[in-house]
Ligand binder design. Structure first.
Ligand code: PXP
Length: 240
């Protein structure tokens, strides 16, 4: 079975850049370097206030990313037009509020069924693979199937939070829902609060897992270990 892919989320790099209003660090250079250090994908999550990655960054990144380019966000019309224009390999739809500090819940795939179907169809018609951010709840996986999505991305915040208390209990809903997604032919991604402590256990317990996207912890670890070492350490957790 191929190893789970590591996609590096560059939002925190953009946040540092934006703090000074200059171009340091240069996002495009960091994306290229992450790839040369072993990253198998680059993820960005341009939020409406553009406090991290900006809409203007997207075409520049699209031009240089040679692995897999994943754009995440809430599918407003502005977001969708940008995604359709830039045609990333994957678009991850996230139901985050415009002022959300970070994404903290998955879609209700039953209530938002018609909306998701329409948006997913629009993206797929342009050859863009779609993943939707989701909590590990069986009814949400069944709802996801009906939206026509290619993949789901598990919101792993609660897993990370409970990991040190009881990792077996923390992984349980993800295992169950990952198996169900596999049976339904939906690909499985995961992201949020994954780090060097909890990543291997998640990966070892979800044989369906295709990709993880990691930002906050990976960039924080890079302050200590350097970006090259850190990416290699995360890859090590995924490849055993
Ligand atoms: N997946 C989604 C949908 C996100 O919004 C984020 C945070 O931008 C991540 C994954 C990555 O989370 P973290 O920064 O905690 O690794």
């Amino acid at each position: 079975m191929p190893a789970t892919r590591l996609s590096v989320n560059l939002n925190k790099i953009a946040l540092i850049r934006n703090a000074r209003g200059s171009d340091l660090p240069n996002l495009v250079q960091v994306a290229k370097d992450c790839e040369s250090f072993g990253a198998e994908g680059i993820t960005v999550h341009p939020r409406p206030d553009e406090r991290h990655v900006r809409y203007a960054d997207i075409p520049l990144l699209k031009e240089v990313v040679t692995t897999e380019f994943n754009i995440e966000g809430n599918p407003t019309r502005r977001f969708l037009d940008m995604v359709l224009e830039n045609k990333p390999h994957q678009c991850t739809l996230v139901p985050d509020a415009p002022d959300a500090l970070t994404s903290d819940a998955g879609w209700d795939t039953v209530k938002n069924q018609d909306f998701l179907k329409k948006v997913i169809g629009e993206l797929q018609a342009e050859g863009i693979r779609v993943s939707i951010f989701i909590d590990p709840v069986e009814s949400m996986i069944l709802g996801a199937k009906d939206t026509g999505t290619d993949r789901i991305e598990f919101y792993t915040g609660p897993y990370a939070e409970d990991f040190f208390k009881d990792k077996r209990q923390a992984i349980e809903p993800f295992k169950k829902c990952s198996t169900l997604a596999g049976q339904l032919g939906i690909g499985v991604n995961a992201g949020h609060d994954l780090n060097l402590h909890n990543l291997a256990y998640l990966n070892d317990n979800l044989p369906e897992l295709l990709e993880v996207s990691i930002g906050h912890a990976l960039i924080s670890d890079a302050l200590y270990y350097g970006l090259h070492n850190t990416i290699q350490m995360y890859l090590g957790k995924l490849k055993g």
